[in-house]
Design a protein around this ligand. Structure first.
Ligand code: SF4
Ligand code: SF4
Length: 84
């Protein structure tokens, strides 16, 4: 009986983690080009290699690679990139 409860609890935890990950994936980072100063801080901080500096000198996010982790947003000195 105790074993069954543990299995159910583990299944619920896995479901919650999976749901949170799926939601995060749905909100990739986006850049406000009017604020971005092209410093490259987000490029350095992105663990997925999803950000680059585009031809216009502002950050560009590859939404296929972005996991929505938010590290870029935390690193941006002018709050030009966000996952909200
Ligand atoms: S949210 Fe994470 S994965 Fe997406 S661009 Fe920012 S740092 Fe990279
Ligand atoms: S950290 Fe902010 S200002 Fe710097 S390149 Fe990235 S989005 Fe632009």
């Amino acid at each position: 009986m105790e074993h069954k409860r543990l299995v159910v609890a583990l299944a619920v935890v896995c479901l919650l983690i999976g749901s949170a990950y799926a939601v995060a994936k749905l909100i990739p980072a986006s850049v406000d080009g009017s604020k971005c100063i092209g410093c490259g801080e987000c490029v350095d901080q992105c663990p997925a290699g999803a950000v680059s500096i585009g031809d216009d000198g502002t950050a560009v996010v590859d939404k296929e690679k972005c996991t929505g982790c938010g590290k870029c947003a935390k690193s941006c000195p002018v709050s030009a990139i966000s996952t909200e």
